[in-house]
Structures are given as C-alpha cells and as structure tokens.
Design a protein around this ligand. Structure first.
Ligand code: ADP
Ligand code: MG
Length: 885
C-alpha cells in the first residue's frame, strides 16, 4: 500500500496527497505533518518504514470539502487519489491484492469548481502569461463558468501594461514560465501577484504545442476564427489548457470559444487602470482588503451570483466605446423607468440558481441531482423572463438581445421537471432523486421493494401470533439485514426449547444476544431482504444511468444553457443598476469621444452611502475639466479634512461608473471617454514590499508622468508630502508643469502647498479651486464646498487644535507660522532656532558669549543712505579683506 502511495506522490511531488482509504482521505509522511498543522487535526502513525513509524493524518471523505479551502488558502495544492474499484473486486484477485488507486484531480486555487470552495459573487480566474518576440500575451479562464479570454500586450507597453492587465484580471492563480520570473524588469510585477503565482517550466509555454492543443480542444483547423491571436497569446492559452489536462487528469471542463480583448490602448480596449489606482480608489475592495466599503459593495444590487460576478467583471474593465456604453445605459434607463416590470424581473431572478457553475460541475463529472435541478430552475426563470421582456413595448436593443439569448428550453425543462423528485440528495450515488412515473423500469424495482417491505410488515404480525409474543418486532440494520427481535425473557423461553427446536417450530435462526433482547433471522426474512437489496441495487443502477443520460442531455444543450445563463446575468446587472439609479438618485451620464469632463453636483458614491445623517448630508460639488476657461488642470487647495480627497476620488469614480454603463451620482455629467485612469491618493505605506512611502509615491508619480495622454484622467492627491517641504514643493511644482504642458491630460491635483496656486498666472489651463471653510470664533467649520480661488492658508494648526494638541503647542505653532510667513524662510528659521522657547532659559545661562564678528560690526557702522558709489565699493573691499583675515 505504501508503495502505491509513493508512486502517486512521486507523480505529484508538490501536492499534498489525499489518499483514499475507505471513508477517509489519509495523508502520510510530511504531507500528514503539514496537513495536521494547517487543519488542526490529529497526527497519528500507521505502520513503519525503515524502522520508523509513518506519520499519518486523515479527514473523512464527506467532510473533505470543509477542509480543502483551508489547505488551498494556506498555499497548498492537493492531489486527490481515489479508489478506482470496489475493494471486493480487488479481493477477487487474491486476498493480499491492493485496491487500484489513481490521482483523479489536482486541486489548485485556479481550478476550483465546488460551491463550497468558491465565492458565488466573484470570478475565480486561472490566468497564464507568456512572451514571444518581445511582446506579452495573456490568457485567462474561469473554470467554473467556462469563459476563456485572451489579450495581447504589445512590446511598446511592456511591463506597465502587463501589470495593469493583471491587476484587472486579479487571477486566483497565475501560470508563468519560470524563465520570466528571473527577469529583473518584471520583479515588481511578480511581487504584486506573488500569492497567486504558479511557476511552470518554460517548455509548457511552447507556442507550437500550444496551437496544436487549442486546435484539438476546439476541434478547429485554424485559430484565425478566434480573432487571429498572436504567438504569445496562443502560448499562454496553450499553457492554460495544458494545466487543465494536468490538474483535471482526464475530465476537461466545458470551455467556451475564447474571446479576445484588444491590446491596451488600441481601439475598443477597456479603460486602463493600474494596480495602484485600483487600490487607491477601492474599486472592488478597500485598502484593508474588505469588500464592504468598496465601490462594488455600494453599487451591487444584483440578485444572482452570476449577476454579481458580471458586475464585478464590468467594474474591473470599464469600456471606452461610446456606442457600447450607450447600449448598456439604454437598458438601465429603460428598466429604471419601468418600476413594476423591474420588480417582477428581480422577483423572478430570486428563483434563478447559478446555472453557470452547475453546468461546469456536470461537465467535470462532479455534478449531482441538485445541479440538474439548478439548470431546470434557471431555465424556467429564463422562460419567465423572456416572456416578461417580450411583453415590454419599445425595449432597447440590449434587452432585445438578452431576450433572444434567454432562448427556448421548454423540452429540456419539461424533461428535467418530469425526471426529478422534490427532495434531492447531494450526490447521485445516494439515489432516490428520480420522480415516480418517469421510468417504468425504475418504478418496477421500487414496487418490488415496497411490496417486499409490505410483506415484511405482515410477517411481524404472523410471527407474533405464532410465538405468542405480542411485543415481537421485525427490525433492520446494516449487519443483519431484517431480523426478529424478542425481549430477553421471551427469547429465553423459546431458546430453552433448544435452537433446533426453535428453528423447527418458528423458523427462527439465532443470530445475536443483546443485554435485553435476542435477535433472530428467518429464511423468509432473508429472502425478502435479498429481494429488497437487489431491487435497491438495481434501482440505483437505473437512477445512475438516468442521471448520466440527463446530464448528457443538459451538456448537449450546453451552449444554449450557457447563453441563457449569461443573459440572465446581464439582465440582473441591468436591473440592479436601474434599481441603484432609482434608489440612490443617480442620473444618466452623456459619453462623448471628446475631452469634456463636466460634472454638475457630483457626489462620492461610497462616502455618501456611509454618511450617517442619511441621503442629503453629502455636499454635492461641480467639476469641469473640459479645457479653455474652465481649465483642464484643477488645483484644489484647502485645509486637511475639508474634503479634497473625497472630491478627487468622486470624479474618478463617476468616470468609471459612467464607462461601465451605470448611471452616476451627479445631477448631470458629460464625459469624454477616459482611456486611462491614474490616481495617486494619500500616502500609503508599502513596507511589505520594502519600499518607503516616498519611494512608492515617486514610482507611481513617475508612471503617471510617463504614461498619461490627452484622453487620460489623472488624480493626484498630496504629491510630495513624504519628503522635506522644499523638496516636496519643488517636485509638486514640476509635476504640475509637466502635466499641463506635456501630458495635457485632464487632471485634479490636490495639494497643501498653496504656493502652487501662483502657477495659475503662467499656465493657461490651470485653474485654482479651494474647499471652502468658515472661520467662526477662531475655529473653522468645513463646508465641503468647492469654490473658485485658492486657500490663503492651510489651517493645519486649526486641525491640530481640533485634534487636541496641547494649547502651548498650538500657541507656539501659531507664533512660528507668523514668523515664517512674514519674510524670507531661511532667515526666519535661523531666528527661530536662536529663539527656541523651551530652552531659552538654559541657553541664557550656559551659552558662551558670542564671538566677536568684525564683518557684522563693520556693517553695523555704515548707513547705506549716506554711501556714495565710491565709498560703497571701498566698503566692499574692506569687508572682503576682513573676511579673508
Ligand atoms: P481632505 O482630503 O481635504 O483632508 P477628505 O476628503 O479626506 O478631506 O474628507 C474628510 C471627511 O470629510 C470625509 O471622510 C467625509 O466624511 C467628509 N466629507 C468630505 N467631503 C464631503 C462632502 N462633500 N460632503 C459631506 N462630507 C464630506
Ligand atoms: Mg486628503
């Protein structure tokens, strides 16, 4: 047995081996130690090898799904080694022979299909990255839904584009050739995805093999039908398929034809949002990694898992094509106006299960009766929704397309409805899921079983009468089958007549003596028992056959079922966004191909939702970056806590919402499509990656200055804060100039350096804005209003006072500020240092008398108004001479 274990382990050395032994998966040796630690289960031993006890740990098969997520999350991969035959079969080959076992599946983070292992509201992508001829290629798929994607990353875009694309996909597992892992330029990239990374030998990314694999998988003669993917994309997709063959062993998931995303920056590409920007804007999760508090959590009103996944997918990849965005907006607007119909639709969606994942489990041979039921209920919902959509007059094109994709599934629904009983077991092998009346053959076996059971019930009465024991019971257990149970005293009487006699008179065969009862079987009972179990076995075999047949029927209609599932998700997203628009008072944005950016009465969707005072407490603000008079670069000044960051982010979020085809939190919005969005917000420490805050800030600023173009939107919040004041101011200054003159992008720049506002005189499209505050009794009140102009001061001391700095510190700080503002800063600093208040007394006592300074003395003695040019020159010579002494 251990030899068998070693053979399997050698084939999957990097996996924990779940070795099936009866009702348990057992782990041995170092696997046992690792699993015991990760799962907090008992570590025992079993037998010996080379004189040492073999460590062992096990989990019950029925509970394995609860343990697997913990192992996967702890970074393990699990190879499941099953018994491939009944132990009875093995016995037939000889008493010592061992049950045949094979690894049937390798479980990795990117290849999960079970609901218990997956988040129903999030995609779990398996991605691969390859390179060929200097360009990169990406391919990714969601095994649980069968979607496959490819995208080229041109060599010109290089590492930045690759990083942005990976941040968008956020794969659960990323396959990469080990050769690329050592690439110095790519190092920061791998850092970002380290937890998901699975390095593979470069040979698995060979593009010729990959092409052959893809052609075979899709049964086509050329890949050109897939949008003429490049070598790198093909290599990446090939590696994905190869990896599936490796991990799924011989079951391939149902995979759709790959869809191709255009290269970043090309026509029809999605809005590019790099990893830092995604993090900063808290799109799908907050900076602390939670979903709650993210933009997604606030806008997600979808009902179904597939709907939630589609919304997340769209939020990750806003469109840049005005027509496509408008098509989505049309659907949202239409459903927003139709309150009753929308509520009907959402009501029906509540009954629609996750068909996508059910379908994929069926394809992988891991499905059960409940997956068939999910398909049935999902298709029923599709029909109902199709009818609902058909009944709507003047529906926009998007809804028409959804209606068509929902399809016509009457026959399949009818068949599944007839086949499935009301109560369904989890696994097909548990039986009892086929409804009566569906199969005559199955019904015959059921009848046989039920009749025999009736006969047995009758026998209890007969036996009670024959033996004269009214309390006699016929019972059943797995060891004895059906048996007669007698109380001990009655049994004694019968036994006293001798076993033979008992058998003769009543046909009872003694089997077991318990404390208070004795158990007997009879020939009649055994025969009926046999009949029942034979009928049961036969019935189960028939049910399993029917299951396979039904699953086959569903899979044969797989493309249509998947299309219906996708259409349901789209409808869910459209209806959810409509619900959001109505409930949260969002309006339809106008998208153009120009460079407008005019937001009237914009709000921050998340801050607004979180404000405790309820809707209306948020102060709406306008923003206009359309150029000319309004300016293209807004410099936003104002004290801390006045709402600068909120204002900046809300405009970025409004652009994103508009381009995913959602209404936006504003009174009106006109937006020229944003092709790339950059944001550098706040000063987040990135110690985990061994870079100082300031370094991170500069790296991200550099990325923006190097990449932003005229269609980009840039949000810069407090750049240059992480270093000395003059350094910071200088960097901020130069950055503003560069953005204005070179990048020429739409920019919102918040800063506490109000000196920057002086740039307004020189930079034509820079306009100054400030967060308005009201001073009141020496305190300040934040109005959260953006107004024209510049903050004349930064109010930092006020904020410090609000925060509870000791009055002495506040007082002194005000004094220092006055001095600094009065004149030249360098001189003021010298005076301040000479004048440290806290140490003043000590300085007076101990400081040595200042050394005589002849230059100073000389200067003190002259009166400049009385100097003639000639005496002035003489004075200069004398000063120089004194200095040189
Ligand atoms: P700053 O960046 O200027 O320091 P923030 O944008 O971080 O200020 O805002 C501070 C707080 O003020 C926010 O957390 C929010 O609660 C509140 N706030 C900001 N803007 C608004 C607004 N427009 N309406 C209402 N409250 C706001
Ligand atoms: Mg701020």
């Amino acid at each position: 047995m251990l030899a068998q274990w070693h053979a399997a382990k050698d084939a999957y050395p990097d996996c924990l081996l779940f070795f099936r032994m009866g009702d348990f998966y057992e782990l041995f040796f170092e696997d046992a130690v690792a699993a015991a630690a990760a799962l907090d289960i008992a570590l025992t031993t079993r037998g010996q090898q080379a004189g040492e006890p073999v460590p062992m740990a096990g989990v019950p098969v029925h509970a394995a799904e609860q343990y697997l997520p913990r192992l996967i999350r702890a970074g393990h991969r699990v190879a499941v080694c099953e018994q491939m035959e009944d132990p009875a079969e093995a016995k037939k080959r000889g008493s010592k022979s061992i049950v045949r076992r094979d690894v049937v599946r390798v479980i990795t983070p990117g290849t999960l299909s079970e609901d218990t292992l997956l988040d129903s509201r999030r995609h779990n992508y398996l991605a691969a990255c390859a390179d060929a001829r200097g360009a990169f290629g990406l391919a990714w798929l969601d095994m649980s839904t069968g979607e496959v994607w490819m995208q080229p990353i041109p060599s010109a875009g290089g590492v930045n584009m690759l990083a942005a694309a990976l941040a968008r996909i956020a794969p659960g597992e990323l396959l990469a050739p080990d050769r690329l892992l050592d690439h110095p330029e790519l190092a920061p990239l791998w850092d970002d995805v380290r937890d998901a990374l699975t390095p593979l030998p470069a040979s698995r990314f060979d593009s010729a093999n990959a092409e052959a694999r893809l052609l075979a998988a899709y049964g086509v003669g050329t890949l050109d039908g897939f949008g003429e993917p490049g070598r790198a994309e093909i290599a990446a997709a090939g590696a994905l398929f190869d990896y599936l063959a490796l991990t799924q062993v011989d079951r391939m998931p149902r995979l759709m034809r790959p869809r191709r995303l255009p290269a970043p920056g090309s026509a029809g590409a999605v809005m590019e949002i790099d990893a830092a920007t995604r993090r900063n804007l808290e799109l799908a999760q907050t900076l602390s990694g939670e979903r709650k508090g993210s933009l997604l959590s606030v806008i997600d009103r979808t009902i179904t898992g597939p709907g939630a996944r589609l919304l997340a997918e769209r939020l990750a990849a806003p469109l840049t094509d005005v027509a496509a965005i408008d098509a989505r907006l049309d659907a949202v607007e239409f459903l927003g106006a139709q309150t009753a119909a929308r509520e009907d639709i959402r009501g029906t969606l509540r009954a629609a299960p996750d068909m996508e994942r059910a379908l994929s489990r069926l394809a992988l041979g891991r499905g059960g009766p409940r997956d068939l039921a999910a398909i049935r209920a999902g298709l029923e919902a599709s029909q109902a929704l199709r009818d609902a959509l058909a009944a709507m007059a003047d529906a926009p094109e998007t809804l028409g397309r959804i209606e068509a994709s929902l399809g016509e599934h009457g026959a399949l629904v009818g068949r599944l409805a007839a086949a499935l009983s009301a109560d369904l077991p989890l696994a097909a092998r548990d039986g009892g899921f086929i409804a009566a009346g569906f199969s005559a053959e199955l019904d015959a076996q059921t009848e046989l079983r039920d009749e025999s059971r009736k006969l047995i019930a009758g026998l209890q009465a007969t036996y009670a009468e024959t033996t004269g024991v009214a309390s006699l019971k016929v019972k059943h257990n797995n060891v004895l089958g059906y048996f007669v149970e007698l109380g001990a005293s009655h049994a004694d009487r019968i036994m006293a007549e001798g076993k033979e006699a008992a058998a003769d008179s009543f046909g009872l065969i003694h089997r077991q003596t318990m404390a208070n009862a004795v158990r007997f079987t009879t020939v009649e009972l055994s025969e009926l028992d046999d009949k029942i179990s034979r009928a049961g076995e036969r019935a189960l075999a028939i049910e399993l056959e029917l299951f396979a047949e039904l699953a086959g029927t569903v899979l044969a209609a797989g493309d249509e079922v998947a299309a219906a599932a996708r259409a349901l998700a789209e409808l869910d997203v459209a209806a959810g966004l409509a619900e959001l628009a109505v409930g949260a008072r969002y309006t339809r944005p106008t998208l153009t191909d120009g460079a407008q950016f005019t937001i009237a009465g914009g709000r921050h969707p998340v801050v607004e939702a979180m404000l405790e005072d309820g809707p209306g407490a948020f102060v709406a603000n306008d923003c206009d970056l359309s150029g000319a008079d309004a300016g293209r670069l807004w410099l936003v000044t104002g004290p801390n806590m006045a709402g600068k960051s909120t204002f900046l982010r809300q405009n970025a979020l409004i652009a994103i919402l508009a381009q995913i085809g959602s209404f936006v939190p504003a009174a009106a919005a006109e937006i020229g499509v944003v092709d790339r969005l950059f944001s550098r917000v706040g000063a987040a420490d990135d110690l985990a990656r061994g870079r100082s805050t300031f370094m991170v800030e500069m790296v991200e600023t550099a990325a923006i200055l190097n990449q932003a173009g005229p269609r980009s939107l840039v949000i810069l919040d407090e750049i240059g804060r992480g270093t000395a004041t003059f350094d910071g101011l200088s960097i901020a200054w130069a950055t503003v100039e560069h953005l204005h003159e070179e990048n020429r992008c739409r920019t919102l720049f918040a800063t506490h350096f109000h000196e920057l506002t002086r740039l307004a005189a020189r930079l034509g499209e820079l306009s100054c804005h400030t967060m308005r505050v009201k001073e009141w009794n020496d305190d300040i009140v934040f109005l959260h209003e953006v107004g024209p102009g510049a903050a004349d001061r930064s109010y930092g001391i006020h904020v410090g006072k609000l925060a509870g700095l000791p009055p002495a510190v506040v007082g002194r700080a005000e004094e220092v500020l006055r001095l600094l503002e009065a004149g030249d800063q360098a001189g003021a600093l010298t005076r301040l240092a000479d004048d440290l208040p806290l140490f003043q007394a000590a300085v007076a006592e101990t400081a040595p008398a200042p050394a005589a300074d002849p230059v100073r003395d000389l200067l003190a003695s002259v009166s400049p108004d009385e100097l003639t040019p000639r005496t002035a020159l003489e004075l200069l010579y004398r000063l120089k001479a004194v200095m040189d002494d």
